[in-house]
Design a protein around this ligand. Structure first.
Ligand SMILES: *Cc1c(COP(=O)(O)O)cnc(C)c1O
Length: 409
């Protein structure tokens, strides 16, 4: 097998030679979205930190039902802001699932915390609250709840644990915009909620973008000054409006170092428009995945995660698990056939983070995650994007069935 994989590292991007391609982006921009960007380019003087930012934040707060929303340049920096505001220091411990994208952990490691890897629940594949309970010590400062693949974590259990121990909860909602538990949006359960509008996510603000939801008034007061080092608008109520310069350095941000985590006005204008169609797009992604699950329901070797009652799981990826142990085959045997013979390009995402040299060399190589170890090596992702019709889904399901039958024979 010597196919050269093109497209980006997430496995997205059309690659020739397959029956089903995976577009780099979930869906094309609408004309209204394009016009919103062009409007900022043509007609708006202010290019950053202006009315579009205020509008996007207000729209996002309404959409998620959050009191405070702060737009930033990406989710990694939303997580960094959360780590700062949680007061993470060297010597603290942060519990973060080992099964996630690297950015869930990096901002906390950079702040000096010891990363304690959480195991997954065998049914939902998100961080297991019982495993968190086992790993809490008197040094635990933060629990990072990652709604990976768009599946909400068990927030009731996690928030209860955190409250009992005086620990902060940061929700990584980068893959879970519009995911909800009994109608309540993820990102509003913990102290902070971090969202991504990267090019591979359901909604993208020109390739990069993010949002931080904040629960407390005190944290919300600090965010603008920590988000931007200098160049905030001069408050209008000063005797001499030009004194002093660099007004945000003049702001009291309680001794924190500020950053530049800002997002531009064109991106914010686009974000506001995208929010209007977001739930409809998410509904399509969910319906497609339901259909794929139904088509594969009679293949006992292939399973999907269990969706608890009342959970809106937005299926950021179409991940399945293959159990070929009865006939001595594993995930790689299946993917060799699927990609090599049946023309269905499947990928494997999010290696347990402790397996990467990056984390090992930074002192985060030890782990105790038996469920993840027994599950991950047989998981894989089928192609997905917003707009797969029934015939595409049937082609994929047929190929999976034929490949499993061939491995069994
Ligand atoms: C994409 C992603 C991030 C990082 O988002 P950026 O906006 O690219 O910084 C963080 N966590 C998870 C789970 C992600 O999927």
């Amino acid at each position: 097998m010597s196919t050269v994989m093109k497209g980006d590292a997430s496995g997205r991007g059309a690659v020739e030679g397959y029956r089903v391609s995976i577009p780099a982006r979930q869906h094309p921009y609408t004309e209204e979205e394009i016009q919103a960007v062009v409007h900022v380019m043509r007609d708006v003087d202010c290019q950053t930190q202006g009315p579009m930012l205020a509008q996007f934040q207000a729209d996002f707060a309404v959409f998620t039902g959050s009191k405070y929303a702060f737009a930033v340049d990406n989710a990694t920096n939303a997580l960094s802001l959360a780590a700062t505001l949680c007061g993470v220091q060297p010597g603290d411990e942060v519990i973060v699932p080992a099964y996630t994208f690297c950015a869930s952990a990096i901002p906390f490691g950079k702040a000096g915390a010891k990363l304690v890897w959480g195991d997954i629940h065998p049914d939902t594949w998100t961080i297991d609250p019982e495993d968190i309970a086992r790993k809490i010590t008197d040094k635990t400062k933060v629990i990072v709840a990652v709604h990976l693949l768009g599946m909400p974590c068990d927030m009731e259990a996690i928030v209860k644990l955190a409250k009992a121990h005086g620990i902060k909860v940061v929700e990584d909602c980068a893959q879970a915009l519009d995911a909800r538990i009994h109608g309540q949006h993820v990102g509003t359960f913990g102290d902070f909620g971090c969202f991504s509008f990267h090019g591979a996510k359901t909604m993208t603000t020109l390739g990069e973008g993010g949002m931080l939801l904040v629960k407390s008034d005190e944290d919300a007061r600090l965010v603008p000054g920590i988000r931007h080092n200098g160049c905030c608008a001069f408050p209008g109520d000063r005797e001499r409006y030009w004194v002093p310069a660099m007004s945000s350095v003049d702001m009291d941000i309680d001794g924190f170092w500020p950053n530049n985590f800002c997002i531009g006005e064109a991106q914010c204008a686009l974000g506001s428009v995208q929010l209007k169609t977001l739930s409809a797009n998410t509904d399509k992604i969910i319906a497609q995945n339901d259909k794929l699950r139904a088509l594969l329901a009679d293949v006992p070797e292939i399973t999907a995660n269990h969706i608890p009652e009342g959970y809106r799981h937005v299926r950021h990826q179409y991940v399945f698990h293959f159990d070929g142990s009865a006939f001595g085959k594993d995930r790689n045997d299946l993917l060799d056939l699927l990609t090599g013979k049946y023309g269905i390009r499947s990928i494997v995402q999010y290696y347990p983070l402790y397996r990467y040299p990056l984390f090992q060399k930074l002192g985060a190589g030890t782990f105790d995650c038996p469920v993840l170890e027994s599950w991950w090596d047989n998981s894989f992702s089928l192609p997905m994007w917003c707009g797969m019709d029934d015939s595409v889904l049937e082609t994929i399901a047929r190929a999976v069935k034929d490949a499993v039958a061939e491995l069994k024979a």
